[in-house]
Design a protein around this ligand. Structure first.
Ligand SMILES: NC(=O)c1ccc[n+]([C@@H]2O[C@H](COP(=O)([O-])OP(=O)(O)OC[C@H]3O[C@@H](n4cnc5c(N)ncnc54)[C@H](O)[C@@H]3O)[C@@H](O)[C@H]2O)c1
Length: 372
């Protein structure tokens, strides 16, 4: 079923980007490449800076649409390169990161090198720039951890069925994270994002450079593909396993809650944070405000692949029970809210996966072959 939020906020577009040069770090990755594409549609000139080492080269070329000349291959820790690119930038979206929670846990030094030292290099160059009008730092809902007891929303009419479903897990409604709540990182990844949020303010405010921070909730949508050893990105995982004829793993029974935001909405929200005057100095969630359990995602995916089996597996350490976005500030500051529902987004993703054999990794095909 296709269902959009009846949004009185829809229909407008980010203003003021036509002709602007926008430096997008991590600009060849899933989200960065989508932001760059949207910038081109809006008449801006994106400059994507990326190491392109998060996926095999084939994924960047065939799925993310990276063509020679569309990306500056390089590292945000290269101060001379970043300074040179920053001198020509009117705006900056800082999205480069070791973006995989499990990889940050396995390789904490790499996480700190890229997400902490790399972020400092970007911020120093922006602070020294005489041209940058605003920088958006890309953060994550992981900074909330499991939240505080007082994050838990009170009685509301919406999402009643989810509340009832989750009653046995949480004892009440899952948390709705408001931006002003205290950060409680539960992972190395989340801790690097806390650093980036605080440091953005500490470096850019005194330099008089406008900034905003966006906290993405769970991002999904084509061309997201799974990474070996990761448990992030459950829509892509479930769809890939179902397409390969493998059972879906419900860690901890799949009672965890996430707020799933389509990558198209992520790009749109980020560009509004880049341009809306009211977003200056603000930290905003980018989420739908709608909680969805992992079990619900499994059911949605399985609906597109008849005969799919589901098995319960142990909860990975550090996996938060999760929650959904408080969206009041986002709506007020960005004048916008996401429009793509999880039902529609899963259907779109499955359509794309079925039409894109390269999206199913060889190692997963081998696992399917071995278990046949
Ligand atoms: N995908 C999600 O669910 C999600 C949720 C919250 C926040 N985020 C954040 O959004 C941003 C983009 O994530 P994504 O999902 O597109 O991940 P991604 O891995 O697809 O893209 C990140 C890109 O950054 C590049 N990169 C890494 N280190 C770099 C460095 N030192 N210099 C230059 N480039 C570097 C990688 O090569 C990769 O192409 C990240 O900051 C991530 O933490 C993502």
């Amino acid at each position: 079923m296709t269902r959009h939020h009846g949004s009185s906020l829809a229909g407008t577009r980010p203003e003021g980007l036509e002709g602007a040069t926008v430096l997008v770090t991590g600009g060849a990755g899933l989200i960065g490449s989508r932001i760059a594409r949207r910038l081109r549609e809006l008449g801006a000139h994106p400059v994507a800076l990326c190491t392109m080492d998060a996926y095999p080269p084939k994924i960047y070329q065939e799925l993310f649409g990276v063509v020679p000349g569309s990306v500056v291959p390089g590292d945000i820790r290269d101060a001379a390169l970043v300074t040179r690119l920053m001198q020509k930038a009117d705006y900056v979206v800082h999205a480069a990161a070791l973006a995989d929670v499990a990889a940050c846990t396995r390789l904490p030094q790499d996480a700190i090198d890229r997400n902490v030292s790399g972020t400092q290099t970007v911020l120093s160059a922006a602070a020294a720039s005489r041209r940058v009008r605003r920088l958006v730092f890309v953060s994550s809902a992981s900074v909330y951890g499991n939240g505080n007891p007082d994050d838990w929303a009170g009685p509301e009419d919406e999402h009643r069925s989810t509340r009832e479903l989750l009653g046995s897990v949480y004892g009440q409604m899952p948390p709705r994270f408001g931006e002003e709540r205290r950060r409680r990182p539960l992972s190395v990844y989340a801790n690097t994002k806390v650093f980036g949020e605080v440091q953005t303010d500490l470096i850019l405010r005194p330099a008089g450079i406008s900034y905003s921070v966006v906290r993405y909730f769970s991002v999904y949508g084509r061309p997201q593909v799974i990474k070996p050893g990761s448990h992030s990105w459950v829509v892509a995982w479930f769809a890939a396993r179902a397409a390969a004829g493998l059972p879906l793993h419900l860690n901890g029974g799949g009672h965890q809650v996430r707020d799933f935001v389509h990558v198209d909405d992520i790009a749109e929200g980020t560009l509004r944070a880049l341009t809306e005057p009211a977003a200056d100095g603000r930290t905003v969630n980018i989420g739908t405000g709608r909680p969805t359990t992992i079990r619900t995602v499994a059911d949605l995916v399985a609906g597109h692949f008849p005969g799919t089996r589901v098995v319960e597996t142990p909860m990975p350490p550090g996996d938060p029970l999760g929650g959904c976005a408080g969206t009041a500030l986002m709506q007020r500051v960005l004048g916008w809210q996401p429009g793509i529902t999880i039902e529609d987004g899963v259907a779109r993703y499955v359509r794309w996966l079925k039409a894109t054999p390269a999206a199913l990794p060889d190692w997963l095909r081998q696992e399917a072959g071995q278990s046949a």
